[in-house]
Design a protein around this ligand. Structure first.
Ligand code: PLP
Length: 382
C-alpha cells in the first residue's frame, strides 16, 4: 500500500524520545527550548513558541493579535478548516477570497476586491496559506496589508523550509515573519516534521512573543518583572484568560531529532516533484499540476484531472491511496450555516472538482514513483 503521505521515524528519533522519557522532565523541560531555538534557526526568525498542535498555534496567534467578536478576517477556501476556525474560536467572522487557479494560493487581487467591497476599517487581518508547500509572496501581501492596516498570520503548516524570492532577489523563508506578524506550523505526522501532535508559532516582535508565552500556559506568569504583587517563591498570577496549549518535552525531543533531517527530506520531496513533473508535462489529460517551482516545499504534489473520482478509485484498486486537499472550507455545512454557499468561489470549486494529491513523502522509493506514474497512464489509456 502506498499512502499519499507518511512519517519517517528512525533509531535516532527513538533514542531522543526515550532519553527524554527517562529524564526528569516530561513536560516543560529543556528540550522544548532547544526545539524552539533550533526551529528559529531553521526558518530564520527571532522567536519560536512550541504548542500542542497547529490549530492551537492558529488560535493563540489570532488571540494575541486581538481577534474578537468585532474582527473580520480573510483566508482562502482551499486550506484545512483550522485556518478559518481559529477566527471563529475568538468570536470573529471569517471571509473567504478565491484562489489563483495556477498557484492554488489566495489570489491577492481578489483579496483586494473583497477589502474594497466593504467600508474602510472593516477587515482586521489576513491568513494566507502556503498551500501544498508553495510559498505565498508575502512581500506583496504586506504591501496590501499596510495599505488597509491589516495584520498577517502566515499559515505555513505545509511549508517548513519553503521560500519565495522577494523583489530584492532575497530568499524569504516561510515563517520568518519579515512580512507577517506571525506564522504557524504543524507537526502532525503527515507534515514535514512529526511530533505526533505539535505546532509552532514564529514571530519577531518581543511583545507579541511575551503575550503568546502567557496565553500558552493559562495566562499565568511567575516572572517577577510582570507580577503585580509578590508573596514569595510560590507566587504566580493569572493575568489573562489563557489555555493549556503546551507541547511535551518528549514530543520536542522528537521534533528536534526530525528537524536534523528536514533539509534532506525537503530535497527528497523536490526530487519526487521533478520526477512527477517530467512524467506529466505535455500530458493533455493532466489539466494542471503542482509543477516545479523554486522554493516549493512539496507537502503535496497535486494533479488536476477531469475524471478525478475514476482515477482515485482506479489507483485505490492498485493500492495507491491518493487524497483530496481540500474540500473548499466555505462549502462545509458549518460555514454554509454562516451564509457561504457553493458557487461563491468558482476557481476554488473547479480546483476541488479535479484535484488529487499523489504520494509524496521522503521515503517514497523510485520504483513506487514509477508505479504511481504508470498506473495513472494505464488509467488514461483505458
Ligand atoms: C495541518 C494543518 C493545520 C492544523 O494543524 P494540526 O497540527 O493538525 O492542528 C492548519 N492549517 C493547515 C494548512 C494544515 O495543513
Amino acid at each position: 500500500m502506498i499512502p499519499y503521505g507518511k512519517q519517517y521515524i528512525n533509531n535516532e528519533d527513538l533514542k531522543a524520545v526515550t532519553d527524554a522519557l527517562q529524564s526528569d522532565f516530561l513536560t516543560q523541560g529543556p528540550r522544548i527550548a532547544e526545539f524552539e531555538q533550533k526551529f528559529s534557526e531553521y526558518i530564520d526568525v527571532k522567536h519560536s513558541l512550541a504548542v500542542s498542535n497547529g490549530t492551537a498555534a492558529l488560535h493563540l496567534a489570532a488571540l494575541a493579535l486581538g481577534v474578537n467578536e468585532k474582527s473580520n478576517v480573510i483566508t482562502t477556501p482551499i486550506t484545512f478548516a483550522a485556518s478559518a476556525n481559529c477566527i471563529r474560536y475568538c468570536g470573529g467572522n471569517v471571509y473567504f477570497a478565491d484562489i489563483d487557479e495556477e498557484s492554488y494560493l489566495l489570489d491577492l487581487n481578489k483579496v483586494e476586491d473583497l477589502i474594497k467591497s466593504k467600508p474602510a476599517g472593516f477587515f482586521s487581518g489576513i491568513i494566507p496559506v502556503d498551500f501544498a508547500g508553495r510559498a505565498v509572496n508575502l512581500e506583496k501581501f504586506r504591501t496590501l496589508a499596510d495599505k488597509y492596516n491589516l495584520w498577517i498570520i502566515e499559515d505555513a503548516c505545509h511549508a517548513p523550509g519553503g521560500y519565495f524570492v522577494d523583489s530584492k532577489g532575497q530568499k524569504q523563508f516561510c515563517g520568518n515573519s519579515q512580512f507577517a506578524e506571525a506564522a504557524i506550523f504543524s507537526f502532525h505526522p503527515v507534515k514535514h516534521i512529526a511530533c505526533g501532535e505539535g505546532g509552532m508559532i514564529s514571530c519577531n516582535d518581543d511583545d507579541l512573543y511575551n503575550k503568546l508565552l502567557l496565553l500558552r500556559t493559562h495566562g499565568i506568569t511567575k516572572d517577577s518583572n510582570l507580577l503585580k504583587e509578590n508573596h514569595g517563591g510560590w507566587y504566580y498570577e493569572m493575568q489573562e484568560l489563557g489555555y493549556n496549549y503546551r507541547l511535551t518535552d518528549f514530543q520536542a525531543a522528537l521534533g528536534t531529532s526530525q528537524l536534523k533531517r528536514a533539509d534532506a527530506g525537503l530535497e527528497k520531496r523536490r526530487e519526487i516533484a521533478r520526477k512527477y513533473n517530467e512524467a506529466f508535462t505535455g500530458n493533455e489529460r493532466i489539466l494542471g499540476h503542482s509543477g516545479v517551482v523554486e522554493g516549493h516545499a512539496y507537502h503535496l504534489y497535486i494533479i488536476e484531472v477531469a475524471d478525478r473520482l475514476g482515477l482515485y478509485n482506479y489507483l485505490r484498486s492498485k493500492n495507491i491511496f491518493t487524497q483530496v486537499h481540500y474540500i473548499p472550507v466555505h462549502t462545509m455545512p458549518y460555514y454554509q450555516g454562516l451564509g457561504w454557499k457553493k458557487g461563491d468561489f468558482p476557481a476554488a470549486e473547479l480546483y476541488y472538482e479535479r484535484c488529487l494529491s499523489l504520494p509524496m513523502f521522503p521515503t517514497l522509493e523510485n520504483e513506487e514513483i514509477e508505479y504511481v506514474v504508470s498506473s495513472i497512464n494505464e488509467f488514461f489509456a483505458k
